[in-house]
Design a protein around this ligand. Structure first.
Ligand SMILES: Nc1ncnc2c1ncn2[C@@H]1O[C@H](COP(=O)(O)OP(=O)(O)OP(=O)(O)O)[C@@H](O)[C@H]1O
Ligand SMILES: [Mg+2]
Length: 234
């Protein structure tokens, strides 16, 4: 089972997760019985070759997909087989997700994109949403481009907006799929440090998929996947 030996109650526990994708000759055992434990206040990196199942795992842990078998429990709630409505509500409130392909709304400004999850949750006033989104965009180095539509930002800038958006609702669990794939070295470090620091300061669990071993080593725990399993799962 992957994870670390940190003390205390786990924020996320997944056990025996299996997922098959595609059919006929495209049928792939993307995950073959994965277990993972994440603790609040800790940062984790997942590495492994292309196609080993990293994105598939992140989708399952982020409640964007369901396993064929196995359990995913977050903050003590078993959610793999929960209803769509409960999963969506839980995800909005407690999970931040940075997609490998960031899925911003190109005609909206950077700031509006970051405010979107806050709107959906409906707890903050307009003033709070404006202040918080501006602060997050400043933290990812985009203070001067907040009002620009994201369709007119570079790939790396869009990725940083996506990181700010994932942090918008102060999630207990932050999942990021190659958040620095389009970034230069300086900005990659900035994003990794921001996310790792946010684990410690906001006491959240942060899981980052990365191909970069130097960046992965900045996390508290590095886990390696191969062929649908964590390497230590045998
Ligand atoms: N819709 C699908 N139908 C069939 N097979 C799929 C589908 N999506 C993914 N796969 C397969 O599942 C496996 C795991 O894919 P996944 O996207 O999780 O890999 P990954 O580790 O994220 O790779 P990368 O580093 O390239 O992003 C791969 O072998 C992939 O070809
Ligand atoms: Mg992937």
């Amino acid at each position: 089972m992957a994870g670390d030996s940190a003390e205390g109650t786990a924020l996320l526990e997944a056990r025996g997760v299996r997922r098959t994708l595609g059919r006929d000759e495209a049928r792939t055992h993307a995950l073959r019985g994965v277990g993972i434990t994440l603790h609040a206040g800790r940062s984790y990196a997942v590495t492994g070759p292309s196609g080993c199942g990293k994105s598939t795992l992140l989708y399952l842990l982020g409640l964007l997909d369901r396993p064929d078998e196995g359990t995913v429990s977050i903050m003590g709630r078993e959610l793999a087989q929960a209803g769509d409505e409960e999963r969506t509500r839980f995800r909005n409130e407690h999970v931040g997700f940075v997609f490998q392909f960031h899925f911003l709304l190109p005609e909206f400004s950077a700031q509006e994109n970051v405010m979107l999850p806050m709107r959906r949750l409906g707890r903050a006033s307009r003033r709070e949403m404006l202040t918080r989104s501006a602060l997050l965009l400043e933290q990812v180095g985009l203070a001067d481009k907040m009002r620009r539509s994201t369709g007119h930002l570079s790939g790396g800038e869009q990725q940083r907006v996506a990181v700010a958006r994932a942090l918008a609702n102060e999630p207990a669990l932050l999942l990021a799929d190659e958040p620095t794939g389009n970034l230069d070295e300086r900005n990659s470090r900035l994003i990794f440090e921001l996310l790792a620091a946010s684990a410690r300061r906001q006491n959240r669990a942060v899981l980052i998929v990365s191909h970069n071993p130097d960046l992965a080593a900045r996390c508290d725990c590095v886990m390696r996947m191969r062929d649908g399993l964590f390497v230590n799962d045998g």
